[in-house]
Design a protein around this ligand. Structure first.
Ligand SMILES: [Zn+2]
Length: 323
């Protein structure tokens, strides 16, 4: 880990606030009430809280953290920035226990809450279809942990029937990963996800599973590697492989087994978003630790992240939620 933990933004609340203002307003301060750019003034007074601005157009006060998870948080912004940096720069993730120790602040429960909010900020919103312009997109699925909402049939106690299922798409051109927690791997479940996220001109790359066979006709090319015959790169065409998505799963599974072994199924979509985010924004794609943390911090803007949201979230298992 190359995190510079001595950076003042991790220890000084004023420096943290200035850092966040730079990330949020790269083109000048924006009034969140009326949208006016660069026409506001810092409010100063003995009782005025730091970083409060007044819009000269609509006369309303605002801060940089307005509309973000930080706004009503009792946790200092510099601790949020530190937690975000730690979670972004550890390749396989970081347990809430470890985060708590490194933050030197709050409680295990606070660290757990912060980590989930940061994962939510890592979750992308929308995005263009992958493989636009005819690039290769690899698709694969994996099983992880037990699905407590889908108990196994008595005779299938040790089968994969009740394991959590994750479908992942990796665009080999952009290096982006998108993963989805799915209730099952039936064609009716995975087809809408694949059609919504992969351009028709893309080269689809999968293994030989039957679920992908007819799906392949929707794309320019469907390259198939025959894993059951030990084939990982097609002997006929070296471009046909699913090595990228398998590499992604190897990081994901090591992280989930090593650090997040107690992940409840209803939170899995957030862990999956965390691994997608770090994979997409990795060094090999030109994103260093500092930039990756800045992207995660910027991702808090516009997301409705309240304290209540992490509990009782039940989209998992009911439909194919975007992870
Ligand atoms: Zn305004």
């Amino acid at each position: 880990m190359t995190t510079n933990l001595t950076d003042p933004i991790f220890t000084d609340e004023t420096k943290a606030r200035e850092h966040f203002e730079d990330l949020r307003w790269p083109q000048g301060r924006v009034c969140p009430h009326c949208g006016t750019v660069g026409n506001s003034t810092l409010m100063q007074g003995a009782t005025t809280r730091a970083g409060l601005y007044k819009c000269k157009d609509c006369r309303k006060p605002f801060t940089a953290t307005m509309g973000t998870v930080y706004e009503k948080s009792h946790i200092p912004l510099h601790k949020w920035l530190l937690a975000t940096h730690l979670l972004c720069s550890s390749k396989k993730g970081m347990s809430a226990h470890q985060l708590y120790r490194m933050l030197g602040f709050g409680s295990y429960r606070t660290a757990w809450f912060m980590a989930h909010r940061i994962r939510e900020a890592m979750r992308p919103e929308g995005g263009d279809p992958m493989g636009g312009g005819g690039g290769p997109v690899e698709v694969d699925e994996t099983f992880i942990g037990r699905d407590i909402l889908n108990p196994p049939a008595p005779k299938a106690q040790f089968g994969i029937a009740n394991m959590n299922k994750v479908l992942s798409l990796v665009d080999r051109t952009t290096g982006e990963a998108r993963s989805f927690v799915v209730k099952d791997l039936r064609m009716a479940t995975i087809t809408p996800i694949i059609e919504a996220n992969i351009a028709r001109e893309a080269w689809l790359m999968t293994d030989e599973a039957v679920r992908y066979t007819s799906l392949g006709w929707n794309f320019a090319v469907h390259g198939i590697v025959n894993h059951s015959k030990g084939e990982y790169v097609s002997l006929e065409d070296g471009r046909i492989t699913t090595n990228s998505v398998e590499g992604f799963y190897s990081i994901f599974k090591r992280g989930m087994r090593g650090i997040y072994q107690h992940c409840a199924g209803r939170h899995l979509h957030r862990y999956v978003a965390e691994f997608d985010f770090r994979y997409t924004n990795r060094i090999a794609n030109g994103v260093d630790d500092t930039r990756r943390a800045a992207l995660a911090v910027a991702g808090t803007v516009g997301k409705r992240l309240t304290y209540r949201q992490p509990y009782g979230h039940r989209s998992y298992g009911l439909h194919a939620a975007r992870a």
